[in-house]
Design a protein around this ligand. Structure first.
Ligand code: ZN
Length: 455
């Protein structure tokens, strides 16, 4: 008999913390933060006092499960949960997205963390470019690749790459005493590396799994958002940029390396330069030694440049590094004046935190703004309202072009039928009830309640 307990990722998208137990062997699959975690009791500067009181405020509002033997000692000092030695063997991270990895900081450093080699490079870059804001703890981080087999007690974990909107994304085949349990992580079939997802599905099916823990981000009654492939994003962006004689501004998730490649290609096709932030440049630089991922190098690619912010304080050391290159007139580093003077020559990457750069660049009215990330989930999205105010203030020509990181409902159901597990456990979804239409037995998880499985 083995058991699965979802401590997060139940009835909402993200925050996966899935415990798998087989006798004395206990591992977590992912340890992420739910996107909506703080929405109910916290806002703006009203935040949990974690640097002073650890997990106290989280426990008070029941925002984190009180599990013995998982959290680090310092996080528990002000709480009623007594520290005890680690009672878990390892944490396996499917990919380095916030909602799958961000709560690692609370986990006892003595518990090792396994993740893909590219995911670990992303982790290091993320931490280095975010100052004190991002912290994944001081664990022993052990890396794997497809083909690795990691033995943890009576369990053996076999990671297999999948296509998602970040490099280094994996699904897991966990071989247990009761049979194979498969975990999808996050995946898609319409991306540039759908072959990897298909390989994962094929391998999973061969194991005749007793359970499939399956993501369902886009399993919903209706999905009003556009369903583009990466190629379609590129085609639309190329037409928009080619048809404009002004600055083209794009925003996308800062770890979506496929999108970076897409805009590099759009720049090449339209005779422009694709200008990325120092943060993006740092991430690409961190991944460039990985021979299995092809990433453009903004410091040498003839179609790319790195943008350095100007101003009195530049607290981040990685920003300083590029600033120094600017001083020595490195031809791949530019500042606001360069962009402002020759607006029609550039595709300028920005995100909501960097919109203030537009005040220095002053894009001429009618400049393009392509939002290349998902449309907001909620109608009253505050960031969206603010973004639209900036668009109006600068009189920008707004467009949307995005390919999701997640398979749609039909594709998810097709994946389930192909893998053909004895039971499906839907996670990372707001509509677990809809899985009953997938054609296989479904066990809908209840948060923090164990599901027992046998051969
Ligand atoms: Zn993800």
């Amino acid at each position: 008999m083995i058991s699965i307990t979802a401590y997060g990722g139940v009835d909402h998208i993200g925050g996966n913390k899935i415990l798998l137990e087989d006798g004395d062997s206990r591992i977590f699959l992912d340890f992420g933060e739910p996107f909506n975690m703080k929405d109910e009791y916290f806002v703006d500067w009203l935040l949990p006092r974690e640097s002073r009181t650890g997990l106290k405020d989280y426990f008070f509002f029941d925002l984190m499960p009180q599990i013995k033997g998982v959290y680090g000692e310092k996080w528990l000092e002000d709480t009623d949960l007594k520290y005890s030695k680690p009672e878990f063997d390892a944490i396996f991270i499917s990919h380095m997205h916030f909602d799958h990895a961000m709560h690692l900081r609370f986990v006892d450093d003595k518990i090792p963390v396994y993740l893909g080699a590219a995911a670990d490079a992303i982790r290091r870059s993320w931490q280095e470019t975010s100052g004190a804001f991002v912290n994944f703890g001081k664990h022993e981080f052990k890396t794997f690749r497809t083909g690795s087999k990691i033995k943890v007690g009576s369990l053996e974990v076999e990671p297999i790459h999948v296509d998602h909107s970040v490099p280094g994304a994996y699904g897991f085949l966990v071989h247990t005493s009761a049979g194979c349990v498969v975990y999808t992580g996050d995946l898609r079939l319409h991306g540039p590396r759908s072959d990897m997802t298909r390989e994962f599905v094929k391998r999973a099916a061969e194991e005749k799994p007793i359970a499939l823990i399956c993501e369902g981000t886009r399993v919903s009654p209706e999905d009003p958002r556009e369903d583009l492939s990466e190629k379609q994003v590129e085609d639309r962006a190329r037409k928009l940029v080619a048809g404009s004689k002004k600055l083209a501004i794009v925003s996308f998730y800062p770890k979506d390396v496929d999108r970076m490649r897409t805009y590099r290609d759009v720049a090449e096709a339209t005779g422009r330069k694709f200008v990325v932030s120092t943060k993006v440049a740092h991430l690409l630089e961190s991944l460039k030694d990985d021979s299995r991922i092809s990433v453009p190098d903004p410091m040498t690619d003839p179609n790319m440049l790195v943008y350095v912010r100007q101003g009195m304080s530049r607290p981040l050391p990685f920003d300083n590094r590029y600033q120094e290159m600017l001083g020595s007139k490195n031809s791949h580093v530019v500042c606001c004046d360069d962009i402002a003077k020759h607006q029609e020559q550039f595709i300028f990457q920005t995100d909501i935190m960097q919109l203030t750069e537009l005040i220095d660049i002053l894009p001429s009215p009618g400049s393009l703004f392509i939002r290349s990330k998902s449309e907001p989930f909620e109608e009253d999205d505050v960031q969206e309202e603010i973004l639209q105010n900036w668009i109006k203030r600068f009189n920008l020509d707004f467009h949307q072009a995005h390919a999701s990181g997640h398979a749609n409902k039909e594709e998810i159901f097709d994946i389930i039928r192909r893998i053909d597990p004895k039971v499906v456990v839907p996670v990372h979804t707001e509509h677990a009830d809809l899985f009953k239409k997938c054609g296989r037995a479904v066990k809908r998880p209840v948060a923090r309640e164990s599901i027992s499985l046998s051969k």
